[in-house]
Design a protein around this ligand. Structure first.
Ligand SMILES: Nc1ncnc2c1ncn2[C@@H]1O[C@H](COP(=O)(O)OP(=O)(O)OP(=O)(O)O)[C@@H](O)[C@H]1O
Ligand SMILES: [Mg+2]
Length: 368
């Protein structure tokens, strides 16, 4: 799959700009704060229907604009696609694919897949569990539409429940609503946990294979951890639900006392071991980076296996963070699909990749 042409108007710091991209490697260079990451974000939004960094659509609209338009032409599954997304202040977004209106971000997304790799991802191993959950969420949402829907419902139930636990002392009338949100949260957790377990079964071995090759034989192991009453997260969803409800009952008093939601998929983690030791505590900086790269490359492979073609790969500023060996490892493995790499102007990445070079200046992208 690839995007041939992208047009942006009123998106973040973009005025009115367009570019024709290569189906292979595209290098996006420019000084700081010119709009390189914004361009990758626009591509990500066009592929997945959501941003990897904005919390609301409002943030995506240019400060001085009332409307943002994102448009792309490309090919996926052998078909021509035209994607258009319009964001307006105070109104619902409008999305079309080949001129046909799409009601939800889920129906709009999925025509293209994208894997994003940014410097934060280099902290996947030693960083907090939230980063590893984000990895699972972003990847599984694209592979299984059902997951994105469940996650959305989960987040709503989680927010409502958290609000009740926080406010019930002042407003006791909220308390009778707790049961309903508890159940919803457990239901959605069961679906999410099941799909995360299946995903980890795919990602773990693939990451370990790449990591072994990359590190000269280190053994990496990945284990998905979730609600403590769940002995095996691969169980059918109905059985998971019962186990989660059991955990919830056992923690009701503690939840009311602490005001915190203690049961659910929001506390999950991926535990990673390297040569038998927990990597989060014991991996060296270099080991952790190598492992993180391997996991990201494994994500790319899972997408390819699922769809039969490579997803778009968006590398934001990541090469400058890596030493030459690791840069080469990445660059040697990204052929095959369309790639967008951002870098600062003075870096020599463009020449090494042989990619088509663009410069971004003050919200305008041009062929160099
Ligand atoms: N909604 C918005 N409206 C207008 N400008 C915005 C909006 N959101 C972000 N910006 C601005 O866009 C500019 C470019 O941001 P971007 O993150 O793309 O920079 P960059 O080229 O990736 O820089 P760096 O090399 O530092 O990563 C920033 O100065 C930011 O303040
Ligand atoms: Mg940037």
């Amino acid at each position: 799959m690839n995007l041939n042409r992208v047009e942006l108007r009123g998106f973040r710091n973009y005025g009115d700009s367009q570019a024709r991209f290569s189906p292979e490697i595209n290098v996006i260079s420019g000084r700081n704060a010119q709009g390189k990451t914004n361009l990758l974000e626009a591509i990500y939004v066009l592929c997945t229907g959501k941003s990897f960094r904005a919390r609301s659509d409002r943030e995506l609209i240019g400060f001085a604009e009332d409307e943002a338009r994102l448009y792309a032409e490309g090919v996926s599954d052998g078909r021509d696609r035209r994607l258009e997304l319009k964001l307006r202040r105070g109104r619902r977004r409008e999305m079309t694919v080949n001129g046909v209106k799409q009601k939800t971000a889920q129906s709009f997304s999925g025509f293209f897949s994208a894997v994003l790799f940014c410097p934060e991802d280099l902290e996947l191993i030693r960083g907090g569990a939230a980063q590893r959950r984000r990895l699972m969420d972003n990847c599984i949402s694209q592979l299984r539409p059902r997951y994105a829907a469940a996650l959305n419902e989960f987040n709503k139930a989680y927010e409502s429940k958290t609000r009740i636990l926080r406010d019930y002392r002042e407003k006791p009338s909220l308390l009778p609503l707790l049961d309903e949100y508890d159940y919803r949260l457990a239901q959605m957790s069961a679906e999410i946990i099941h799909l995360r377990a299946l995903f980890t079964d795919g990602l773990g071995p693939e990451s370990a294979r790449i990591h072994a090759e990359f590190s000269g034989g280190e053994r990496m192991r990945m284990k998905y951890t979730t609600v403590s009453t769940v002995d095996d997260p691969r169980r059918p969803v109905s059985q998971l639900l019962e186990l989660i409800l059991e955990h919830q009952r056992g923690h009701r008093q503690a939840e009311l006392a602490t005001g915190l939601c203690l049961t659910g998929a929001h506390k999950d983690d991926l535990e990673i071991e390297i040569n038998g030791a927990p990597a989060r505590a014991f991996a060296s900086q270099g080991q952790a980076r190598t492992a993180a790269l391997s996991i990201k490359l494994a994500e790319l492979e899972l997408h390819r296996k699922a769809r039969g073609e490579y997803p778009l790969l968006l590398l934001d500023d990541v090469l400058s963070e890596l030493d030459a060996t690791r840069q080469d490892f990445i660059l040697n493995r990204i052929g095959g699909g369309q790639v967008f790499i951002t870098c600062c102007e003075d870096e020599k990445i463009a020449a090494r990749t042989g990619g088509k070079v663009f410069t971004v200046e003050n919200g305008d992208v041009k062929e160099a």
